[in-house]
Design a protein around this ligand. Sequence first.
Ligand code: PNS
Length: 168
Amino acid sequence: MKRAIYPGSFDPVTFGHIDMIERSAKMVDELVVAILNNSAKNPLFSVKERVSMLDEITCHLPNVKITCFDGLLIDFARKIEATIIIRGLRAVTDFEYELQIAQTNRIINSQVDTIFLTTSLEYAYLSSTIVKEVASYGGDISHFVPEQLMERIYEKYVTIQNPMDVKN
Ligand code: PNS
């Protein structure tokens, strides 16, 4: 059984992530999409919300599982017996950091390899940070995320921008 992990923050998941999930799921028996549970990153969405969004948008992919992890990714890989880590490369700017992490992980556990996929060109510019920036100004995010997630993203900013709306 060839099991891979596709780790990330997914805060929120974008079309770029979905493209990576669909392509990498074809290469392995099981793809575990693993959400980093790290409150230090001050995420917009809770882990529970992110699991739920990823569950919804990957329900057409039978060999994809959604979960979360904390601590080191390489320890989580060992725990779930995954031998491959999948990461996406959008541009040269991603490469240096990703290479360093991949090499560090391989030093810690040489049984796990990192495979880099280049993101599809139409999503090369896209990041969760960009989605949040556009959504925070009420801009159109329909090119970046699935329609069924849009309302959930905008709702976060309604609460943030109108704190008086929040009932005590
Ligand atoms: O979507 P992101 O934010 O680029 O994902 C980054 C992630 C979650 C893959 C990375 O931060 C990670 O693996 N964090 C867990 C801690 C770890 O193992 N760090 C690398 C060794 S220094």
